[in-house]
Design a protein around this ligand. Structure first.
Ligand code: GLN
Length: 198
C-alpha cells in the first residue's frame, strides 16, 4: 500500500530562507528521505519532519516574519511533527524566538576568540564512538525547563537536547560525513509517522 507509513520514504523539509540548508538536504537525501526546501507556509503541507539549519538567527527571524512562517511552524510542532534545530536553528526554537522549546539559547556563547572549534561528543543511544562536532559561533543552552533532556555538554554547558519531538544541537552535523545524528532524527520522524514514540 503506497500510503503505508512503514514503506513510504519520510518527507522532510529543510527551512531554506538562509544558512546551511543545502548540506542538510544532501545528507537527508543520502539517507533515503524525500526532501523539500521550505520557504513559505504552504511548503510545510504534508511534511513528516523539518530541519532548521544553522546560519544567522537574526536574518532567519526576519525571514520567518516576512514569510508569515512563525504561526504555521507552531502549528506544525503542535501536531507532534519532529523538528531538528541545529546551531541558529536551536536558537529559533527557544523561548525568545519561536517559543517552541523550554530553553534559552545564549548566542555566540563560546566567546569571540573561539569562533570555531571541534569536539568529540558521546551521545546516549548513538553507537559507533563519539560524534565529531563542529562548532561555528555556536550557542549553548543557558537555561532549560524540566521537560528538556540534555543529551550532550561542553564544559558543563548543554549543547544538545530533546523535548518531545524537538531535537536541538548547537553544532553543525551536516558538515563532514558522519550521518548518525540525521539518522537519529529520521528515526524520530519514522516513529512519529507510525505513531510510536522513538
Ligand atoms: N552565531 C549565529 C547566530 O547567533 C549562529 C551560528 C551558526 O548557526 N553557525 O545566529
Amino acid at each position: 500500500m503506497d500510503s503505508d507509513p512503514a514503506v513510504r520514504a519520510p518527507v522532510v523539509g529543510v527551512l531554506a530562507l538562509q544558512g546551511g540548508f543545502a548540506a542538510h538536504a544532501k545528507m537527508l537525501r543520502g539517507l533515503g528521505a524525500e526532501v523539500r526546501e521550505v520557504r513559505t507556509p504552504a511548503d510545510l503541507d504534508g511534511l513528516d519532519g523539518l530541519v532548521l539549519p544553522g546560519g544567522e538567527s537574526t536574518t532567519m527571524t526576519l525571514g520567518i516574519e516576512r514569510e508569515g512562517l512563525a504561526e504555521p511552524l507552531r502549528v506544525f510542532a503542535g501536531a507532534g511533527r519532529p523538528i531538528f534545530g541545529t546551531c541558529a536553528g536551536l536558537i529559533m526554537l527557544d523561548r525568545d524566538h519561536l517559543g517552541l522549546m523550554d530553553i534559552v539559547a545564549e548566542r555566540n556563547a563560546f566567546g569571540r576568540q573561539l569562533h570555531s572549534f571541534e569536539e568529540d561528543l558521546e551521545f546516549p543511544g548513538i553507537d559507533g564512538g563519539p560524534v565529531r562536532a563542529v562548532f561555528i559561533r555556536a550557542p549553548w543552552i543557558a537555561e532549560h525547563g524540566p521537560e528538556v533532556e540534555v543529551l550532550a555538554e561542553v564544559d558543563g554547558h548543554p549543547v544538545a537536547a530533546r523535548q518531545g519531538a524537538l531535537f536541538v544541537i548547537s553544532f553543525h552535523p551536516e558538515l563532514g560525513d558522519d550521518h548518525r545524528l540525521h539518522e537519529r532524527f529520521l528515526a524520530h520522524v519514522r516513529a512519529a509517522m507510525d505513531g510510536t514514540p522513538a
